[in-house]
Structure formats: structure tokens, C-alpha cells
Ligand binder design. Structure first.
Ligand code: GLU
Length: 293
């Protein structure tokens, strides 16, 4: 089946969306619609502790901005079989291994002199069967599954950052609690939905080499990325709900749209007017410092 290409927005239902999240959503919509793509909505609710009322409020807020998406929003929690099938395939192909490490084990492990910061140091990569049994007994924890990667870095192309090279370590594809890892779920869902354009906050730029590498390994096309600048508070920290006057409930859709349009240099303050003016080459490349009205 061939489908027209798509962009998407993929909120995690951890809290109400703030103006930074809303601005990223507007940008994802603008990138998709200005290139004739479908626009899809995906609620990243694999973490079952999250609350479905929050997801519903997020969708109401996005619609209140005038954003439209094609088809109903998808919920990752409805796709466990999809992820489990891919993970089973990786297990069968010998491409993953069990990892018994705690965060502390990883932090305390000796590191090869040139190993990149933040990379898994390979503690469980080459365990013998006997060593693995011993680790299982010692820890008493179910293992996470890590991808056995054969590269150290991978380069993605980003519409705003150009060629971006980042670490690809043996990252987790299924957590010890059995939940598919974010990096796997994103890649599987984007491919399943025909998403070929990923627009999101630039805090996720460093995840994109791992995700693109996994996409290639699974035989999926690699999407085009656009990691857009974050919104910061006046202390220069990432905007958060506690900063106040950041959610639609607090400021209203009209003000939010006007502030977002101003921050992006648009004259028009509704999403259709922004679409008519949208030029990715003119997007600000620096974080937006949000000062409430
Ligand atoms: N769910 C992630 C977040 O809210 C975004 C994931 C993505 O866009 O790939 O930060």
C-alpha cells in the first residue's frame, strides 16, 4: 500500500502542554502542511503511569489552536503487539542482548578512554551463558534488551541543523519492566504510519542518530528531521508548567497563538495565516525566551 507522506506531533501525556510544546506542535503542523503532507497525532502513552485525562486535554488544546490532523489520534498503548513483534524479530536475528545493569552499574563502570559520554559501556554485551545466569541471580531483576550495534556514531540530516553526527551505543529497545523503549516505539510507529518528516524539540536531536540507525537496520526509510529550538524561561531553563502562565488554560488560545506567531516572526496570528507565510529558512535558530504578558 502506498500512502502519501506524513508529518506528526507526538506528545507524551505527562502534563498539560505548555506554550513551548504548543509552539513545537504548530511548527510540526506548518512543516507538514506546507509540504503537502498528512499530519498525524500520536499520544506517547507507553508509560502506564500517565493519565488519559491529560492526553485528552492535550488534544483539545491542540485543536483549540486550529491544528487539524488526519484520522483519529493514535495511542501507543494500543500498539504493544506491533512493538513486541519487532522486538521478537530482533531477538530471533540475534541483534539484541539481555542487560542486567542498574543506572549505578553503568555510572560506575570503567570507560574506555575514547568512549563517548553517555554511551552504554558494554558491561553485558559479551557475557557467557554462565555469567548471564549469575547476573540474573545476583540482580533478581528481569533484564532490559539492548541492541547490539555495529557503529559508534551515525549521521542524520536535519533541516535546521544540517548534518548531525551523534552517538549510537547499544541502546535499550525493551526496558526491564517489559515496556518497549521510546527509541524503538518512535521508529516503529513512524514507519507504520508512513511518517517521513519528524519535527520536534531540539532536546531530541541527540536521539535522532540512534533512531535513524534503528530505522535503517529494520529496513525502514529514514525520515527527514527538523529539530526546532526550545522555549526557555527567563532563567534560561527549559520552560515548565511551574513557570506559570504557560498553558492554554492559563493564557487562552488567542494569546498563545499571538505569542507563538510573534516568536516566529509571523504577522498573522492564526495557523492558516502562519501557513501562508511559512518559510523554514527564516525560522529563528535560537531558543525563545518566554516572558509572560
Ligand atoms: N513524546 C516525545 C516528547 O513529548 C516526542 C517524541 C518525538 O517527537 O519523537 O518529548
Amino acid at each position: 500500500m502506498t500512502r502519501s507522506p506524513a508529518g506528526r506531533f507526538a506528545p507524551s501525556p505527562s502534563a498539560d502542554l505548555h506554550i513551548g510544546n504548543l509552539r513545537t506542535a504548530v511548527l510540526a503542523w506548518l512543516f507538514a502542511r506546507s509540504t503537502g503532507r498528512r499530519f498525524l497525532m500520536r499520544v506517547e502513552d507507553l508509560d502506564y503511569r500517565t493519565d488519559s485525562d491529560i492526553a485528552a486535554r492535550q488534544l483539545v488544546d491542540l485543536a483549540a489552536l486550529g491544528l487539524t490532523w488526519d484520522g483519529p489520534a493514535e495511542y501507543q498503548s494500543a500498539h504493544r503487539d506491533r512493538y513486541d513483534g519487532v522486538i521478537d524479530g530482533l531477538v530471533d536475528a540475534g541483534m539484541v542482548y539481555e542487560c542486567y545493569c542498574s543506572r549505578k552499574d553503568i555510572a560506575q563502570a570503567p570507560r574506555a578512554p575514547h568512549a563517548p559520554q553517555g554511551a552504554y559501556p558494554g558491561i553485558c554485551r559479551d557475557l557467557t551463558d554462565a555469567e548471564r545466569d549469575a547476573r540474573r541471580r545476583e540482580t533478581g531483576r528481569p533484564p532490559a534488551l539492548r541492541l547490539r550495534t555495529d557503529v559508534i556514531t551515525y549521521t542524520v540530516t536535519d533541516l535546521l541543523h544540517g548534518a548531525h553526527t551523534g552517538i549510537v551505543d547499544d541502546f535499550v529497545v525493551r526496558r526491564g519492566d517489559g515496556v518497549p523503549a521510546y527509541n524503538l516505539a518512535v521508529v516503529v510507529d513512524d514507519a507504520a504510519a508512513g511518517v517521513d518528516q519528524v519535527v520536534r524539540g531540539d532536546d531530541l536531536l541527540s536521539s535522532s542518530p540512534r533512531q535513524a540507525y534503528l530505522a535503517r537496520l529494520l529496513g525502514y526509510p529514514e525520515p527527514t528531521y527538523a529539530h526546532v529550538p526550545l522555549v526557555l524561561n527567563t532563567d534560561g531553563a527549559r520552560l515548565a508548567k511551574r513557570d506559570g502562565a504557560v498553558t492554554l488554560a492559563e493564557i487562552g488560545a488567542h494569546t498563545a497563538l499571538r505569542r507563538i506567531a510573534d516568536s516566529l516572526g509571523f504577522a498573522g496570528a492564526d495557523v492558516d495565516a502562519m501557513l501562508a507565510e511559512f518559510d523554514p529558512a527564516r525560522l529563528p535558530r535560537h531558543p525563545w525566551i518566554y516572558v509572560p504578558d
